[in-house]
Design a binder for this molecule. Structure first.
Ligand code: GLU
Length: 457
């Protein structure tokens, strides 16, 4: 069976860097195993789910470099879930319950005072026909629970029943089904909770590996039981640690914290975000991978830590600078063109400035400086002005290359007896209007003799 994974967000908001971690873990796992990646939108909650969010999620994922083999919406698959419901009902594994939340609450309290675990006691199983008729006459609608297989014969006598799996991240995990309430699969209003559609789809879509956040570990025992009740072999599971900002605050789709859209607008590169999202909280150093295949080589589910993956959002900025510093021209070329940077100078320009950018679009500022001169006239002392003029008079004839600067500055140094900051800074200021920036050796050939004389103070 080919490896098949899925990323299954609810389209109820924009995805953030923590959701991207889950998507990327699945994508890289598929890449490393020649597998398929299914995009599934868990949109059974039709009141909160919106197509515009689904579209925005697809846009964000494509921008990051994730390309789905198929895209599915749970809202179009209710027939399948109803078939699963029928199957469970026929097998007596799905039963109607009529308790109100207040009644359930009271029951839990009573159980606690008796020293019993606060799980649902399956009281609905002993309802008589007349009680059910009474409830229905009152207008009560049932919700439906899945009967966990945690008893040898009598469901009212559950016994310790271990469900185990070898988690791809966490190793051996065990859950006692007797420690859980029978989960509600269908609400009073007939809508599905997440569990049944998810398991039904995982079966129908041939999902071989469920890779998701460790906030789902406790659901897995129930889900394994449900896979088996529906006659399927459970897939493998891997639960990764969740990304949290250094403050420890959880990321949320609703608050929009660190959304992919926001990070994109801030000018971060997709591979910056992908590298941080994947490598934080693993045994690898967080370095900017230049491509998805480079990141895939660094990715190993079993090398992911079990504790929270904390990161400082400021690290994104540093990583982005590091990534741009190494970005080859061919990769930047189209985006530079879009910034009107496309002459034969574009490549040497890129190589000169790429080490000085917080974001790629900052290249436009340097292009303006190179093409048109400093944004603000440098404030040079009279002494520095005459020094710069003298230096400009000593410029060698063309052709110029990267070594021209070295020869020239050597001669200037000897003649004027200036050195260090006093030698370099007035020249840099005259040429760029700024105190720091690309290597002067790279800037010189870009400006050319005419460009430099135009900057004569
Ligand atoms: N829709 C669920 C979520 O976003 C999917 C969980 C899962 O991967 O099973 O949490």
């Amino acid at each position: 069976m080919p490896v098949t994974v899925r990323f299954a967000p609810s389209p109820t908001g924009n995805i953030h860097i923590g959701n991207a971690r889950t998507a990327l873990f699945n994508w890289l796992f598929a890449m490393n195993n020649a597998g398929n990646f299914v995009q599934r939108f868990d949109d059974t909650d039709q009141a909160r789910s919106k197509q515009e969010y689904a579209d925005a999620i697809l846009y964000d994922l494509h921008w990051l470099g994730i390309f789905q083999d198929s895209i599915e919406y749970q809202s179009k698959r209710f027939e399948l879930y109803n078939d699963a419901v029928d199957k469970l009902k026929r097998a007596g594994q799905l039963y109607a319950c009529y308790e109100t939340p207040a009644e359930l609450d009271l029951r839990r309290k009573v159980r606690r005072t008796r020293g019993l675990p606060p799980v649902y006691g399956r009281e609905a199983l002993s309802l008589s026909h007349s009680q059910i008729a009474e409830y229905e006459a009152e207008g009560r609608k049932p919700h439906w629970r899945f009967m966990l297989p945690n008893f040898p014969e009598d469901p009212m006598q559950p016994e310790r029943t271990e469900v185990s799996w070898n988690d791809l991240v966490r190793g051996e995990e065990t859950i006692d089904l007797a420690s859980l309430s029978d989960p509600i699969l269908i609400r009073e209003d007939g809508t599905f909770l997440y569990t049944l559609p998810s398991v039904t789809d995982d079966i129908d879509m041939g999902i071989t590996h469920v890779i998701r956040g460790d906030d789902h570990v406790t659901n897995t025992g129930v889900q394994i039981a449900l896979f088996q009740a529906l006659g399927a072999e459970p897939p493998e599971f891997g639960h990764h640690n969740l990304l949290t900002a250094a403050s420890g605050e959880a990321l949320s789709k609703r608050t929009g914290a660190l959304s992919i859209a926001g990070l994109r607008e801030a000018g971060l590169e997709p591979m910056t975000i992908a590298s941080l999202a994947v490598l934080t909280g693993t045994s690898e150093n967080v370095v900017p991978a230049a491509s998805m295949s480079e990141l895939a080589n660094l990715f190993d589910l079993s090398a992911t830590s079990k504790s929270a993956a904390k990161f400082d959002p400021d690290d994104l900025k540093t990583l982005n600078r590091d990534l741009l510093r190494q970005m080859p021209f061919r990769e930047a070329q189209d985006r530079l063109s879009a910034l009107d940077i496309f002459s034969e100078k574009a490549e040497p320009f890129w190589l000169a400035v790429r080490g000085n950018l917080d974001k790629l679009s900052d290249a436009a500022d340097w292009w303006r400086i190179v093409e048109q001169g400093p944004d603000t006239l440098p404030d040079l002392s009279d002494d520095d002005k005459s020094f710069v003029r003298e230096a400009f008079d000593m410029l060698p004839p063309e052709p110029w290359d990267r070594d021209t600067f070295k020869t020239w500055i050597g001669a200037v140094k000897e003649k004027t007896e200036r050195k260090g900051k006093a030698l370099y800074e007035p020249i840099r200021l005259a040429l760029t209007g700024l105190q720091s920036g690309p290597e002067l050796a790279d800037l010189l050939p870009l400006l050319g003799p005419a460009g430099i004389q135009a900057r004569r103070p």
